[in-house]
Design a protein around this ligand. Structure first.
Ligand SMILES: *Cc1c(COP(=O)(O)O)cnc(C)c1O
Length: 388
């Protein structure tokens, strides 16, 4: 086997660590659908496997690839990004205090302010792009976890991971980062001081919009990590084996997919910045974007495939533009090979930081000029409808 420690990340991903199936010499691993594993005659489990709610051999390679890409000590697959994220919070205790980013995945925010708060977690929401605001929200000794998302969805708010880690650690808390939008291609939060990285593997990691999956990667395989893994087993938040296999296949093309999509996003963002029908273009790669300097420091080689455009003429113009696209697909989700567009305020509800004129755009790997031309005609069509 090749020396995994010397391979560059793009090689690790393309070859899925270079593992081969020892039994058959296959370069693509087998899928193990078995829910159960045979016990030894002495009643033990020398294979280390007993039942697939605890673990499944199909996870091994995908988890090893993720740990390698994020430079972590261990990784765990979950049934969804939400299952991964909620397992981290459920590993705390009722009464514990946590601080979360104001701009974050809306469904997780709503779980935290609803279920988790009812369960007893004390949840403080802070604008984590402002380090003084983050510091002010901390309760030293009481705050157990800081949860940030960067770039944050859907306004692309950028939080300084290294600075947030320092603030969290100084108060005796851990730092977890939802790095779904950044991907390990551009950001490695553990290298910047984070303790846990979370991914909705449904998005760029799998990349083909054909599986729901989540993942956590940890800096240390400590007691909290063991508790998180126990929560996965006990709550049954396990990934189906077919999805685990699809995820491993998807991750082989992670680097070229995500790099192409990020280059396309940069082209689309640059084209529509300052456009007469556009109020504001939100993309961390733009030099005048508020979080650009921090993003440039903590994102290497690109700024991701997610961006947002605020359409001139307000909510109705934005919805009309989304209604007029022909190539972009009007759908939720992000990080797939196909470009998606969505009016977020109408999805996220009252607590959303999304302005009503905002369209979130997940840029895919199509020809960038098709994406630009299509959104141009959609803006023009919306404007004609808006000012007849
Ligand atoms: C989609 C998403 C999630 C939730 O992941 P699921 O796989 O849909 O459960 C969490 N965070 C971000 C940033 C996401 O985009």
């Amino acid at each position: 086997m090749a020396d995994e420690t010397k391979m560059k990340p793009a090689t690790v991903a393309a070859q899925a660590l270079g593992w081969i199936d020892e039994e058959t010499r296959a370069v693509v691993p087998p899928l193990h659908p078995s829910s159960t594993f045979v016990r030894d005659a002495d009643n033990g489990y020398s294979s280390g496997r007993s039942y697939s709610r605890a673990d499944n051999p199909t996870y091994d390679q995908a988890e090893a690839v993720l740990a390698a890409l994020e430079n972590g000590a261990g990784a765990a697959l979950f049934s969804s990004g939400m299952a991964a994220a909620t397992a981290v919070f459920l590993s705390l205790k009722p009464g514990d205090h946590v601080v979360i980013s104001r701009v974050m995945y809306w469904s997780l925010r709503s779980w935290l302010l609803g279920f988790a708060t009812d369960w007893g977690l004390k949840v403080a929401v802070a604008d984590t792009t402002d380090l003084a605001a983050l510091e002010a929200a901390m309760r030293p000794g009481e705050t157990k976890l800081v949860w940030i998302e960067t770039p944050g969805n859907p306004t692309l708010a950028v939080t300084d991971i290294a600075a947030a880690a320092e603030i969290a650690h100084a108060a005796g808390a851990r730092l977890a980062v939802d790095s779904t939008v950044a991907t390990p291609v551009f950001t490695r939060p553990l290298d910047l001081g984070a303790d846990i990285v979370m991914h909705s593997a449904t998005k760029s990691l799998n990349g083909h919009s054909d599986a729901i999956a989540g993942a956590l990667v940890t800096r240390a395989t400590d007691a909290q990590w063991e508790k998180i893994k126990l929560i996965r087993i006990q709550s049954g938040a396990v990934l189906g084996t077919f999805e685990a296999w699809l995820l491993l296949r998807g991750m082989r093309t992670l680097y070229p997919r995500v790099r192409t999509a990020a280059a396309n996003a940069m082209a689309v963002a640059e084209h529509f910045r300052g456009h007469p029908l556009v109020e504001e273009t939100l993309y961390p790669g733009l030099a005048d974007f508020p979080g650009h300097a921090v993003a440039a420091r903590q994102m290497q080689g690109g700024f991701g495939s997610l961006m947002s455009i605020r359409v001139k003429g307000g909510e109705s113009a934005a919805i009309a533009a989304a209604a007029s696209v022909k190539i972009w697909k009007r759908a939720t989700s992000l990080g797939g090979v196909e470009s998606l567009i969505e009016h977020r305020a109408s999805v996220e509800g009252a607590q959303s930081p999304a302005p009503p004129d905002l369209l979130r755009m997940s840029v895919g790997i199509e020809d960038a000029s098709d994406l630009i031309d299509d959104f141009e005609q959609a803006l023009a069509a919306a404007q004609r409808g808006f000012q007849p």
